[in-house]
Design a protein around this ligand. Sequence first.
Ligand SMILES: C[S@@+](CC[C@H](N)C(=O)[O-])C[C@H]1O[C@@H](n2cnc3c(N)ncnc32)[C@H](O)[C@@H]1O
Length: 209
Amino acid sequence: MSRSTLGAQEIKAIYDRLATQYDRRERLLEWLLLRRHRRKLLSRARGEVLEVAIGTGLNLPFYPPECSISGTDLSPVMLQLAQRRAERLRRVVRLQEMDTQQLAFADESFDTVVSTLALCTVIDPLRALGEMARVTRPQGQLLLFEHGRCRYGTIARWQDRLTPHQVLRFGCHLNRNVLALVQAADLQIIWRESHLGGMLRLIQAIPFR
Ligand SMILES: C[S@@+](CC[C@H](N)C(=O)[O-])C[C@H]1O[C@@H](n2cnc3c(N)ncnc32)[C@H](O)[C@@H]1O
């Protein structure tokens, strides 16, 4: 295994360890930047929703009330915090420990499949997108809010330099090309937004069938 790659158990251990500090560490960024993108993306959610790599459930306040929500994550400690958030919000959310690369759901189980700030961390993002597409119903959709490589060279080179450190600390790749991944996964993009030179992307896509 190269130093720029971690295994699933290592990623799970990182997030189990970080979980109780996660919301506090992210708070400023959430309020200044991330929240409004979460809100915008998730206003498009409908029907039975699966959120993969749900973390501490930071998206939960933004789902339309009529959605029924299931969430998965590698880290049981992150899931415990998501459960507490769901209870505070009085939302019923079915949470399960599960690897996005190997979802234990039947084909075509959900109307909406969501991933936010998570494709950076999963070991094989193409496989994860393939699994997300598999469990999406024929008239369903994938909603993604992901960070990735900047279109401006100087920043992108910094992202390349910093990525090995971020991978070791958080399992997080700063320099993935999210659009290319979505296209390679055979998903049809029907709406998208790009922010901060492509470092943040909102994507609504449907599986080609
Ligand atoms: C940066 S956090 C993002 C959490 C949440 N999606 C959000 O928007 O705040 C990354 C999350 O991905 C989870 N994760 C990483 N690899 C995963 C995998 N292969 N399957 C499921 N969850 C995974 C981690 O446990 C962590 O909770």
